[in-house]
Every structure is written in C-alpha cells, then in structure tokens.
Design a protein around this ligand. Structure first.
Ligand code: HEM
Length: 896
C-alpha cells in the first residue's frame, strides 16, 4: 500500500503556496490595486491626488486637521476650512459640484457632492451599505440598527419604528419637560442676582442625556442614568485607545484602562439585562409598561415574533441591549449640538431671537408647552412635528409595501426569472416556501434506522435527495427557504468557481443570532476581515507547529486506550465508542489550544458544549414567541455560560500575554502561536488595526473547538464503524501500522509514511462530517450560464457529489479505500467531486491537524484492539451540524 503523495509534502506545498499567495496579496493590496483603481477613476473624469504608498492622503489629512484646530476663528469666518481643511481644499481644487476622490490608505474614498447622486445613494440602501471594518473597539460603544444591513436592517427598523411613532412621542413630552425644567432651574439660580456668563454646552449635554435616560427607561430611570454615565466614560476610554494607534498589542494588556473598559461593558450589559428581565416580567403579568422606548421596543418585538410565529423575526436580548446603547449615542450628542448651535446663532442674530420669543409667548404664554402648541410654532422654516408626522406616514407606507414585496412579489418574480434560465424547483408557497415539508421529511426519516448496506443520503437529507432525483443528475435546482430561493449547486466546475471566488460568494449570514453565541471568528468573517484573520491564524497550523502537537495527541489518546484496556482486560467487550472518541478529540483541543492552561481550557470547552446544547434546544423551539426574553432557567444559564467562558478565556489570555511580555516562550500551543502571530503582525504593520482584539482572539479559540472537535470525532467514529464492518481493511491497516511502528510511540515521520490516508479519505467521501456549505451573493452574479440575482443563497453539496455514480462508478456506495491508492487527484479524475474540507482560499484551516490527529488515534487503536460491529448497533446517520451516528457506535472490542 502506498500513498500517492505524502501528507508532509502536501503540507509543505500548501504552506509555501499560502506564503506566496499572501506576499502577492499584500503587494497587490498596497500597490497594484490602488494604481489600477487610480487609473480607472481618472479615466471616468474623476480627480484626486495621485496615490502615495500605503498611507495615501491620510498623513496630510491628519496633519492639516491638527493644524486647523490650533486656533479659533472669527464668528463671521467660514467654518468649513477649520472643520475639514483637507477636503475643503480638494473640493476647491477640483471645482464646485464635482465629485472627487481621496486615498484612505490604499483605498480610494469617493466624495459625492452632486445632489442627484447623493439622493440615488441614499435611496438604494442595500447596494450602498454603511462603512464597515475600522477599529473594532468602536463596536463596544454602539452597534444596533446603524450597524445592520439588508434584511437585518429591515428587521431592526421594522421593530424599532413604533418607538418613534408620533402617538408615542406625545407621551414622552412630560419627560422632556422635567429634564428641561431641571436645566432651567439651574440657570434661574445662576442669574437670580444679575446676568451671568454660562458655558451652556455642558448644561445642554446633561439635558439631552437626561432626556434619553428618562424616555428610554421610564420607570427604571435611575439605572438608565447609571448606564449612560458608564457609556460616557467608556466613550472617553475608547477614544483614548483609538488615538494611541502606535502601541502594538496594547489592547491585550491588563492595563488599568483595558480592565476598566471590560468592567464597564460587563456592568452596562448586566444592568440593561436586569432592566429588561424586570420589564419582561411585568409585561408578561399584563401590566402595561410600554410608554418608554424600551417598553415600546420590547412590545413591538414581541408582537413581531407573535405575528410571524418565529423568534428569528425578533431581536435577541443582546440586540435589544445594543439598540438601547445606540439610542444614547445617536440621540444625545446630536441633539445637544443642535441646541448649542441654535443658542449660539440666536445670540448672534438677536432679531431672530426676538421673533422666536414673540411667537413662543403668543402660543404658550405661561402655559406648559404641549404637543399641539409645539406643532403650531412656525418660526422655524418647517416645523419639527410636521416633519415627524410626515416621516412616520411615509415609513408606515414603505414598510407595508416592503413586506408585501418581500413575501410575495419578489419571490414570484424570482421564480419566473430562475425558470426562464432552465432551472427547476417547486413553485413558491407563501411565506414558508419548502421549509415545512423539508422539516417534516427530515423528522420522519429520523424515526427508524436503516441497514448497513442501505443508501444513507435519503435518510440524511430526504427532501434534497428527492429534489435532486426529480430534477436529474448533475442538474442545479432550487428550493424555497421561506421567501428566498436556495440554489443547490451540484456541478463540480461551478462549485470550484464558487469556492475560488471567496469575496463574491460569501458565507451565509443572518439566520438565528443565538447561533453566534456558539462560534464566530474566522469561519464567520468576510472579505478584508477574513484575509486579516486568516493571515494571522495561518501560522497556527503550520507543519512545524503541528509537529509539536503530536505529544498532546498521544497523551489524550493514551487516556482513551487505557480505559478500553481496562474494559477488555478479561474478555472482549461491547463499547459505544462514540462518546469516548468525542472525549478524545475534545481533550486534544483543550491540550493543543491551551497547553499549560489545559485544565481551564477543558472547563471552557465543557461549558461550550453545554451552551451548544442549550442553543440547539432554543433553535428548535421555534414556536414559543418571545421566549428568549424570559428569565427562564435555560436563558439564565446561557448568559451565565457566556460570561464564564469569556472571563476564563480572558484570564488565560492576560496571563499568557504577561509571560510573553516577560520574554518567556510559551507559544507551543494554538493560543500561544495565535497571540505571537498577532503580535508580530501588529509590530510589522505598526498599527493595532492589523491585529485581532482580545474579543476576536476569544472567538477564534471558541471556533477551534467547534470546528475541530465534533468534525474529527465524526471522522473517527465512522472510520471505526466502517473498519468494524470491513474487517479485511482493518487487518490490512493493522499490518501496515505494525510494520511501520512496531511497539514504538508514533512520531510525525512514521505518521506521514503510514498509508491510512486512503482509508480516511474513503470514510470522508462516504460520511463527510460536513455535508454541504452555504454561500450567498450580495450582487447579481453570473455563474456558468445562470444569472443569479443579488441576495441569492447557494448550497454546495459535497454529499450529493461524493455519491455521484457518474463520477465514482457504479460501486459508488461501496467502501473501497483503494480508490484513493493513487491520491486524491487520481481518484477524482481532477474533478471537484471530492471536497470534505471545502476548497478555494477558505478551505478548512485545520485539515492537516485533523488528519494527523485521526491517523495517530487510528494507529494506536489498531495496534491495541481488533473490533467489529455489535449486533446492537443501529445504523442511523443523522445531520446535526455534522454527520453523526444517531444511536452511538456499539462495537465489540478485543484486546490484542
Ligand atoms: C475531519 C475534520 C474536519 C472537517 C471534515 C472539516 C471541514 C471543514 C469545511 C468543509 C470547511 C469549509 C466551510 C465553508 O467553506 O463553508 C471548514 C472550515 C474551517 N475549519 Fe474545518 N474541518 C475539520 C477539522 C477542523 C479542525 C481540527 C479545525 C481547527 C482546529 C478546523 C477549523 C476550521 C476553520 C477555522 C474553518 C474556517 C476557515 C475559513 O473560513 O477560512 N477544522 N472545515
């Protein structure tokens, strides 16, 4: 038995290619692309400075802004050159009403000054999205609706709209009045004796801040004010941190300011959580509590979930928290500024001050201002209340229309469009599409096991198996995921094209936000963010580093083998090996990820496991609307776990950063290598924006566990089941293992020589741990001869391709590792018909890690035991995130 190409060679090759690709990508990013872009923009008649390497116009822009701030101007001077001197100059250079561009580092920023174009950009909110990326610290301050896009934005906006309905605004007037009276009382006190000079700005800031605390949290006003005070402090700390760009890695240090930022984040979160829980309880008890923004928001959220019959349509507690924080940031400073400039201008133009006062006295006299009176004030060119009424009317109209368009007109148009291109699928059914049938068929299929020789595809994905059969082999088809079509791609050439173009075909986002509690990180980021993360994480899985992990694999595996030896000491014994293999792969990740902090690492992963179970349960209970907001046992536990995991990882990271700073080498585990690579990247680029934040490092650590533990356990369990069934292959593999290692401890050289690879590949073909990959496109895209509309979902089916008899032959369903005797490319005849680890730039980063771990385990298992399928084993592959044996894997183990 010989492997066509050794694993080590592959790894070395892959690493070389990755280094080349990244060197090239960097050069392309900082030089070739900007130069090409410059030419492209000029050809269209746009003007701007020529591109300067790496920094573009940034240095000059920062310098000019700093200079302009050095001295005040006269009250009659033009303010624009002081506020934005660089852009003022550029606009003047390139002519009035002309659009122009500047260089924000290697990216051009187009400055739009033509009103018609501005209107076009604002109207098309899904194509022209908010700026993303930038300093992740800012996210600590405010996210919520300003940060969401597309469907997420539409969902948030729909739920939040009622909070600003004119009827609701009416009931907030008393809160405005109380807050303003407090300020006026202070001024009365100050001016009691004689006129007095006052810096009104801080007073106006306190006023608008107070208004938001009162209107946002009503009865919980005191806690609300505390939150906003903390947020204010947080803003100051964050702004300070953002300005100190050139202290690489500083964000990871347990400094006073970093500790305080974390503390504030925790405090704000906990307080809002408490307020929300209290509010939800009173709302449940039928006590109306919805006169403040939070109450109206929770009420609207609850109604939306109930109406749609699905929690996915509502906001999570985390999202409600973000919206509350955002109300403050978007509403406090802005309104204070409107007021302060109004006072400055009216102080300058006292004739307008007098006219406005005359009108106010005529309308109200000494009366308390009410909404009717306020709407009659005409001194302003158009009254504020009229604007609000208009805006609300238009919003209601737009949303009614948008909803109808979303659930009916758009899917019908899409259906026609796809059929015209020769694609097939069921006709669209209102709102649910194919979802109900799909869920029902999957549930039915799970009711009973199948025979070992049966086709597994109809059990694992019955609906898609039927559709694929109906629409013909190798034909792409579509299904309806609610009102959106999902294109199922089964043509290898198209799959290769999709995987290669990772920036156009992005991961599916949206979906249930609870799932984000489980795993984010590398697998969840896109475009430039993905390139940044991947660059930093790549060294973690470098072959040199993997070498050092073999001892950890060995210790974890020995623990499992020792248990099996005890069980089989007297005689052969029936064991469900699945939980043992899961413990093994979990233990491997704890050891390799956290090395010296292995015990804490294990605790984290135990908590994460519990979290997944809770989240999976929550995801399945789709029809209990609003349940996520209730202070139930499971919701409380979910939050507790999230807090615990975060705190523990944080502690480990801080400890590690301290030892690294002290010059002690502790980078043999995944975390150490990751921190090291991050630190180097920041130092090399001279800017913390190029590195990962502590939060991102935490997410990556969680992801290693989720992406690496279950998948590798599944590879091993199906390998044991198949070798338990095909004992001739088990014997052949054991012979080879004994020949290569004898009684020796497995080492990396031996592991790269042993030919179990072909067995593992055949297992991954028949039982791919991941059976399909989801993608979506944000722009209309041509794929082969299909035109896909923007927003399309795509599913790439490894399982359907792995079972295609035209590619693999009529024995496609049989276990025949010899297919891979000459390597993967020979087995697949160069076609993209086998891709258990994905493909293209986003191919599984841990595949070499997983294969090495699986090979070591198999070597030790084969050497110690022979095994066969127990009569008690029920064959029932099922898909729960990964492909698993539903009733476990009962094998008869015999000690050798
Ligand atoms: C038999 C074991 C494994 C299988 C079958 C597997 C499969 C996959 C697949 C199919 C993808 C691509 C998903 C997509 O493009 O949508 C992927 C991505 C990924 N895998 Fe694995 N995986 C395995 C083991 C591991 C291990 C051990 C780790 C880490 C310790 C890991 C970490 C990752 C990460 C971080 C990504 C995202 C890569 C990116 O988006 O750049 N995987 N894996």
């Amino acid at each position: 038995m010989e492997l066509s190409f050794s694993m080590m060679n592959t790894v070395v090759c892959v690493v070389g290619v990755i280094v080349m690709i990244y060197g090239w990508r960097f050069f392309n990013w900082v030089w070739l692309k900007p130069k090409k872009m410059d030419k492209f923009l000029r050809e269209q008649g746009l003007n701007g400075n020529p591109y300067k390497f790496l920094y573009g116009d940034m240095k000059e822009m920062v310098q000019m802004t700093a200079d302009a701030k050095l001295k005040p101007i006269n009250i009659t001077d033009d303010i624009v050159p002081r506020i934005m001197p660089f852009l003022y100059n550029s606009a003047k250079t390139y002519g009035k009403g002309k659009n122009f561009f500047t260089w924000m580092g290697p990216r051009p920023m187009i400055h739009i000054t033509e009103p018609a174009l501005i209107r076009e950009v604002l109207n098309n909110y899904s194509q022209f999205q908010k700026l993303k990326g930038g300093n992740p610290l800012i996210k600590l301050l405010a996210r919520g609706i300003v940060d969401a896009e597309d469907d997420q934005w539409a969902k948030h906006r729909k739920i939040i709209n009622p909070a600003f309905h004119v009827e609701k605004l009416k009931s907030m007037l008393p809160a405005f009045y109380i807050s303003c009276s407090e300020m006026i009382n202070k001024w009365e006190e100050l001016t009691k004796e004689r006129s007095c000079e006052v810096d009104v700005y801080p007073h106006l800031e306190t006023f608008t801040s107070d208004v938001i605390s009162r209107t946002a949290f009503g009865s919980s006003y005191q806690e609300g004010r505390k939150i906003f005070e903390l947020q204010k402090e947080q803003a100051e700390l964050v702004i300070k941190a953002i300005q100190s760009l050139y202290i690489p890695g500083s964000r990871f240090l347990p400094t006073k300011s970093n500790r305080r930022m974390k503390e504030i984040d925790r405090d704000v979160r906990a307080t809002i959580n408490k307020i929300i829980n209290k509010r939800v309880t009173t709302m449940k008890a039928g006590e109306s509590n919805s006169d403040d923004l939070l109450g109206i928001l929770l009420d609207s959220n609850y109604k939306e979930i109930r109406q749609q019959g699905n929690t996915n349509f509502g906001l999570t507690t985390e999202e409600v928290i973000q919206e509350c924080k955002l109300f403050y940031f978007a509403g406090q400073e802005t309104t204070a500024n409107l007021l302060v400039w109004t006072m400055i201008l009216l102080a300058q133009h006292t004739n307008w001050q007098d006219r406005a006062r005359d009108e106010v006295l005529k309308v109200f006299g000494d009366r308390k201002p009410d909404i009717d009176g306020l709407s009659r004030l005409k001194v302003l060119s158009f009254s504020m209340m009229n604007t609000v009424v208009c805006v609300v009317g238009v919003i209601v109209m737009i949303y009614g229309w948008r909803f109808f368009n979303w659930v009916w007109l758009k899917p019908k148009k899409m259906d026609k469009f796809l059929r015209e291109q020769g694609l097939n699928g069921n006709p669209y059914k209102f709102l649910y599409g194919d979802m109900k049938e799909m869920v029902q068929m999957t549930a039915d299929a799970k009711l009973k096991p199948i025979n070992l020789t049966d086709d597994i595809v109809p059990r694992v994905m019955p609906y898609l198996y039927n559709s694929a059969k109906t629409y013909g082999k190798g034909k792409n088809f579509y299904t309806w995921m609610g009102p959106r079509p999902m294109m199922h791609i089964t043509e290898p050439a198209l799959i290769r094209q999709i995987l290669a173009n990772y920036s156009r075909f992005q991961k599916l986002n949206g979906g249930n936000p609870l799932a984000k509690l489980v795993a984010r990180g590398l697998a969840d980021v896109e475009a430039d963010q993905w390139a940044k993360h991947r660059k930093i994480i790549n060294p973690v899985f470098h072959v040199e580093k993997l070498k050092h992990m073999v001892p950890a694999f060995y210790i974890s595996c020995s623990d499992m083998i020792n248990k099996w030896e005890v069980l089989t000491k007297e005689r052969s014994c029936e064991v469900d090996v699945y939980p043992h293999l899961q413990t093994f792969t979990s233990d491997v990740i704890s050891r390799t990820a956290f090395g010296s902090s292995y015990e804490e690492g294990r605790k984290i992963f135990e908590l994460q496991k519990e979290q997944t179970e809770l989240v999976m349960k929550a995801l399945q209970s789709l029809y209990i609307p609003g349940s996520r907001f209730l202070p139930t046992k499971s919701n409380r536990r979910t939050k507790e776990i999230d807090r615990d995991v975060r705190a523990t990882v944080n502690k480990i990271i801080n400890k590690r950063v301290t030892t690294m700073k002290a010059g002690e080498n502790s980078s043999d585990d995944l975390l150490g290598i990751l921190l090291d690579s991050n630190y180097k990247e920041i130092k090399q680029q001279g800017n913390t924006n190029f590195g990962l934040t502590t939060e991102e490092v935490i997410q990556e650590c969680k992801l290693f566990y989720f992406a690496g533990q279950e998948t590798t356990a599944n590879l091993l369990v199906w390998t044991m089941i198949l070798l338990g069934q095909h004992t001739n292959w088990q014997d052949r593999a054991r012979d080879e293992v004994l020949k290569v290692f004898g009684d020796r401890k497995p080492d990396i050289d031996g592991l790269s020589r042993v030919k179990i690879n072909m067995i593992l590949h055949e297992v991954l073909r028949l039982y791919p741990a991941v059976i399909g990959m989801g993608r979506m496109i944000h722009k209309e895209t041509t794929l082969g001869n299909i035109t896909l509309p923007a927003g399309s979902f795509l599913q790439l089916h490894m399982m359907l391709l792995h079972y295609d008899n035209e590619m693999w032959g009529d024995d496609v369903k049989e276990f025949k590792p010899e297919r891979f005797a000459e390597g993967v490319s020979n087995a697949t005849k160069e076609q993209a018909s086998y891709f258990p680890f994905g493909g293209g730039p986003r191919i599984c980063i841990g595949q070499n890690f997983a294969m090495l771990e699986a090979k070591l385990a198999l070597v030790m298992i084969l050497r110690g035991f022979s095994f066969e399928i127990s009569p008690l084993y029920a064959h029932a592959p099922q898909m729960i995130l990964t492909l698993q044996p539903q009733y476990g894997a009962q094998l008869i183990l015999r000690k050798l």
